[in-house]
Write a protein that binds this ligand. Structure first.
Ligand SMILES: [Fe+2]
Ligand SMILES: [Fe+2]
Length: 331
């Protein structure tokens, strides 16, 4: 049984202080299960590239791009954590982009009912990017009182969207103003959301003038550290290094989930190849990457014998080499 949301994260999570070695003890959990609700950012890469080209490239603000509304989809995952006491809790990681697409994806995975019954404790927004955040209304329509956690690097537009704003230039709108608690996470602070689950915001410049991305670290009993990300714009090396250097138990990296931003569009280039090669040194036992990792990068990982979790290539995911839409993994 899943506990109803109690919104007990009133203070945004406990701030974890480092020990003498500079590492934080984030506690421990029994397991973490992740359902990929959707990893498809957009439907047609060529249409997306044309939108970007016409807007003037990736240096412009995402709020000024005339995104083709028939091409948008979105990224969202459902996280289920079991505590060492057996208590189970759920939260959503991101809310996708196109509302019709996300509504269908939430319905398919039963997320609409969970939100209505308030069985999802909060919406964790990894970053402000269109494909992770413009679809926030798809969550709020079922639970406008849900707690929302954002990196404290969002632009004013991001807060206005949450409050019910409309942005005709980029076709972003939220007809359901957020009424719940808003929690902002400061960069470079380790917040414990639950025992065995911590959030860290990486302060970085991201394409389309987005700032900062927050990611999750789980410490799973008898297994090790599981790193969970949206797009991993901080890059996988910085992400894994943070776990290794700043989290107790980080010398034993067990799992990895999410978009790794290695070959987000087009083929795997030389820099991406180097990133994939370097990933091997961390010794992850279970890699469930999708979204902006890029099929070329996944193929390379599989070729190198990395423990990549495959998927069912359903609901619009392009390959069974990676964990796709509607697939679930347990760490
Ligand atoms: Fe993304
Ligand atoms: Fe992104």
């Amino acid at each position: 049984m899943y506990t109803n949301a109690t919104h007990r994260q009133e203070d945004g999570g406990k701030i974890m202080q480092p020990d003498r070695e500079g590492k934080a003890d984030i506690g421990c959990c029994k397991s973490v299960a992740i359902t990929c609700i959707s990893e498809t950012g957009w439907l047609d890469e060529n249409v997306w590239l044309k939108n970007v080209e016409r807007a003037g490239g990736r240096e412009v603000s995402q709020w000024s791009v005339d995104w083709d509304e028939t091409n948008s989809a979105g990224y969202s995952s459902l996280i289920e954590i079991e505590g060492t006491d057996g208590a189970r809790r759920r939260f959503l990681l991101d809310s996708g982009w196109n509302n019709d697409y996300m509504d269908a994806a939430f319905e398919r995975e039963g997320v609409d009912e969970m939100l209505k019954k308030r069985e999802i404790e909060f919406l964790y927004v990894t970053h402000e990017h269109f494909d992770h955040y413009f679809g926030v209304a798809s969550t709020l329509k079922y639970d406008p009182d849900i707690t929302v956690m954002v990196p404290n690097t969002l632009h004013d537009e991001g807060y206005r969207l949450l409050a019910g704003g409309e942005f005709p230039a980029c076709h972003a709108r939220n007809p359901v103003p957020h009424r719940g608690k808003l929690i902002r996470h400061d960069p470079d602070v380790i917040y414990q959301l639950y025992p065995g689950c911590a959030s860290v915001t990486f302060s970085i410049d991201i394409p389309f003038r987005v700032q900062g991305e927050q990611s999750l670290f789980f410490n799973v009993e008898d297994k090790g550290i599981v790193c969970v990300t949206g797009c991993c714009h901080q890059n996988i090396t910085a992400f894994a290094d943070f776990a290794r250097d700043r989290i107790q138990g980080g010398e034993n990296l067990y799992g990895l989930y999410g978009g790794l931003h290695i070959a987000p569009v087009g083929a795997l280039d030389a820099a991406g190849e180097k990133t994939v090669m370097n990933l091997g040194k961390y010794g992850f036992k279970k890699i469930a990457c999708n979204h902006c990792t890029g099929v070329g990068a996944v193929k390379k990982m599989v070729g190198l014998g990395y423990p990549v979790a495959g998927g069912s290539a359903r609901n619009g995911s392009l390959s069974d080499l990676y964990l796709g839409n509607g697939d679930r993994i347990v760490f």
